[in-house]
Design a protein around this ligand. Structure first.
Ligand code: ADP
Ligand code: MG
Length: 255
């Protein structure tokens, strides 16, 4: 029994309602294909993916380099559209959505975390988080306060005024995670979030994502080719040559 299971009868769990198997899934992918064509050459990055993901899940997308993980995350993040098949996200078909709607979904409903952190080097930790909220209509002071609060939540309350160059890799990734959560997204999509970190720091970042999944009730989807990282998720989806070859729930042995 893990402390992370969100029982539908546990009123203290923020993920309870979202976890309901009776509700609509967060994502429904049907026969999704993504083919890149350049100079007459076609690369079939995804070759027919059927996948249903539920709100509140923590999913590891695994598979060797070139198997299609990043391509799939781009589609889940509404950054790219499939060349065939359909993707339903929170009740909407992404391939039918207008650019304006897709932009709004990306900025308000999805948080992104990258391997290389992608922080703005001239801004402090707090400013890096705050800037993600600028397009929103909330008052400036509230945004600044929320940035500080989020940094506190990721364990960086004492580093708010530091520039990225003064932070360790693990700390920079924590700032990026705080930034991803700024607009209270439904889902955080992380592409190899531990790829630039040593294994101990990487595991700490994964533990943080798992914790935020519990406290903020956010869905976490991360790509990794690190077996150890994959084991920390509760659902592991494996790709090979653009096909989904394995999808299993994990009984977690917590450290
Ligand atoms: N923009 C692109 N143009 C052409 N081919 C691409 C593009 N993006 C990815 N690919 C190809 O699609 C396949 C899957 O890539 P990717 O999704 O990046 O895999 P992974 O993240 O698992 O390493 C690879 O063969 C890659 O070269
Ligand atoms: Mg990749």
């Amino acid at each position: 029994m893990t402390t992370r299971s969100a029982s539908p009868t546990d009123p203290t769990s923020p993920a309870t309602e979202k976890d309901s198997p009776d509700g609509e899934p967060l994502y429904v992918l049907r026969s999704v294909e993504r083919t890149f064509t350049k100079g007459g050459v076609s690369v079939h990055a995804l070759r027919g993916i059927d996948l249903t993901l539920w709100a509140g899940e923590m999913v590891a997308l695994e598979g060797p380099s070139g198997s299609g993980k990043s391509t799939l995350l781009q589609l889940l993040g509404a950054l790219d559209l499939p060349t065939a098949g359909s993707i339903r996200f929170a009740g909407r078909e992404l391939e039918n959505a207008s650019d304006r709607v897709l932009t709004r979904i990306r900025s308000e409903e999805i948080g992104f975390v990258f391997q290389h952190f992608n922080l703005i080097p001239t801004l402090t930790a707090q400013e890096n988080v705050w800037i993600a909220m600028v397009p929103a209509s909330t008052p400036h002071q509230a945004q600044v306060a929320r940035a500080a609060e989020l940094l506190d939540q990721v364990g960086l309350g004492h580093r708010v005024h530091h520039l990225p160059s003064r932070l360790s890799g693990g700390e920079q990734q924590r700032v990026a995670i705080a930034r991803a959560l700024a607009n209270r997204p439904k889902v955080v999509i992380a592409d190899e979030p531990t790829g630039n970190l040593d294994s101990k720091t990487g595991l700490e970042v994964i533990e943080l994502l798992a914790e935020l999944r519990d406290t903020a009730g956010v869905t976490v989807i991360l790509a990794t080719h690190d077996e150890e990282i994959g084991r920390r998720a509760e659902r592991r989806v494996r790709l090979h040559d653009g096909r989904l070859v394995e999808d299993r729930a994990v009984t977690k042995a917590r450290a």
